[in-house]
Ligand binder design. Structure first.
Ligand code: ADP
Ligand code: ZN
Ligand code: MG
Length: 496
């Protein structure tokens, strides 16, 4: 696999890479941006179309309210300010998959600006990445270059995607390495998934990224000329493409050449980028305000209503969970891998005697077994309800941790949820009062200090005796009876 001409670490170290990202995100609206056609991936080619999204003469666009609300939600989640009155513009260009001959987009008055995201800076701190703008626009159709008998000399057009609502999120040229690019995209995607405005499915093109890359000598005050790497469909490939592009440009400069402003395509099989078209003469899109759409006004009331749908975002949520469940940052990452799982976890944990124990059970006993079985958390044979039940049984002392491990092993071996296994395998309960009393007497005799505390009025010490007897009975003592008998026995001793 040819790579960029090998550049020595000393030469690499002379240069500062500079990267800015343009991310296109399809919104999960039911219908398209400006017409009533269904907004759905795939389908028989050219069946999700109407005169409006085909750009037939006389057809008029009507803005999708849901798309506006999703755009506002996404924008706020990445710290943008909302522009109360934004303007749609026509971006004119000819391309076969865009039958109107222009794209409805936003130009100088986008719906949102001035956001930010924070990424690890690579030396233990965080770096702020400015977000220039988030604007609403529509997607184009697709040119289909292969899959047909005559694909060698023909290209087909599928216009189903025409008019799909998008937000474009443009970053400042604040990124300084391929790793930062990867982290920025990962964070952005996570936030978008939390707000549920998009499925961010990269294979289906719901999230697409163009990376603008330049290099300059360290300490230089002016950015170098950028090249734009288009449409790479995985974050790992984007990282590779940016790494390649940085080295390519340094190579060009070191050889005495100059970097050309152009669009380039990443070829993953070859691990390199190729020039696609020169952008030397900036495109003239002849932007002008869209005459068929009025200015978009999102006033304070509408904004407030939209923001009621704002979920707790991943980072604040993790910070809260770290302190609430006394878990590590890494563990908080695991529990919040998806917003949906985090929601279900927290709902379940709330019902448990000790939410913290539920978290720890998931992170230790459950995760280790899932890893062995090569299963995702979502596919666990033990449900969250099962984990809550197990945690409560541990908490009350009705089940030993040794027994828990055995029962979980059975759950995983049989694909049965914990409550099923527990009901079948649970120890026979001892409900014979005299047998339990005998065990209580032994524990009382062996723990003079705790007995004294109790008699001096510290009634909570009763739980200690209950726990000891539960353990002694291997979890078999009837818990209600045990509680009652412990209290009676201790009270019989009288106060001190
Ligand atoms: P264009 O007019 O070519 O579209 P923009 O100024 O709109 O350029 O910027 C597009 C993207 O390129 C933004 O994400 C921006 O941060 C990034 N960018 C601009 N200049 C540079 C540069 N010199 N190096 C790397 N990225 C850059
Ligand atoms: Zn349509
Ligand atoms: Mg631009």
């Amino acid at each position: 696999m040819p790579t960029a001409a090998a550049i020595s670490p000393e030469i690499l170290a002379k240069y500062q890479p500079v990267i800015g990202l343009e991310v296109h995100v399809q919104l999960l609206t039911r219908t398209k941006a400006f017409c009533g056609c269904v907004n759905q991936y795939g389908g028989e080619p050219n069946t999700h179309c109407c005169p409006t999204c085909l750009g037939l003469p006389g057809a008029l666009p009507v803005l999708n309210k849901q798309a506006v609300e999703f755009a506002v939600l996404a924008a706020k989640a990445i710290g943008c300010e909302i522009r109360e009155t934004s303007i749609f513009s026509r971006k004119n260009y000819f391309y076969p998959d865009s039958p109107k001959g222009y794209q409805i987009s936003q130009f100088d008055k986008p719906i949102a600006e001035h956001g930010e995201l924070f990424v690890p800076d690579g030396i233990g701190g965080t770096k702020r990445i400015g977000i220039t703008r988030l604007h609403l626009e529509e997607d184009a159709g697709k040119s289909v270059h292969d899959g047909f008998a005559d694909s060698v000399n023909r290209t087909y057009i599928d216009l189903n995607r025409c008019g799909t609502p998008l937000v474009e999120i443009v970053s400042e040229p604040d990124l300084r390495s391929a790793d930062q690019v990867f982290d920025y995209l990962t964070k952005l995607k996570e936030i978008l998934l939390y707000t549920a405005v998009s499925d961010c499915n990269m294979e289906e093109g719901s999230l697409r990224c163009d990376a603008n890359v330049s290099v300059m000598l360290k300490g230089a005050t002016e950015y170098g000329t950028k090249a734009e790497v288009k449409n790479v469909n995985s974050f790992r490939y984007i990282r590779s493409a940016v790494e390649y592009e940085i080295e390519r440009q340094i190579g060009v400069i070191e050889d005495g050449g100059r970097v050309i402003q152009e669009s380039r395509l990443w070829n993953n099989a070859e691990g390199r980028t190729y020039s696609m078209r020169s952008k030397e003469k900036a495109h003239d899109y002849r932007y002008f305000p869209e005459p068929d759409l009025p200015p978009l006004v999102v006033g304070p009331e509408w904004q407030a209503k939209i923001l009621r749908a704002m979920p707790e975002l991943p980072e604040p949520r993790r910070a809260r969970m770290i302190s609430e469940y006394e878990i590590s940052a890494q563990d908080a990452m695991t529990l919040t891998a998806t917003g949906a799982f985090a929601d279900r976890f927290e709902a379940a944990a709330k019902r448990a005697k000790s939410p913290r124990r539920v978290a720890n059970l998931i992170l230790s006993e459950l995760t280790s077994r899932l890893r062995l079985a090569e299963l995702e958390l979502e596919a666990s044979p033990v449900s969250l309800e099962g984990v809550v039940m197990a945690a409560d049984l541990l908490e009350s002392g009705e089940m030993s941790s040794k027994m828990l491990k055995q029962l979980l092993d059975m759950s995983f071996a049989n694909g049965e949820d914990f409550p099923v296994v527990y009901e079948r395998e649970k120890p026979q309960q001892i409900s014979d009062a005299s047998a339990i009393e005998g065990m209580i007497d032994e524990v009382i005799a062996a723990n003079a200090k705790q007995v004294e505390q109790y008699r001096k009025g510290k009634k909570t010490v009763a739980a200690f005796f209950v726990g000891q007897v539960m353990r002694a009975s291997k979890g078999q003592a009837n818990p209600a009876l045990l509680n009652e008998l412990v209290a009676r026995k201790l009270d019989e001793l009288g106060p001190l």
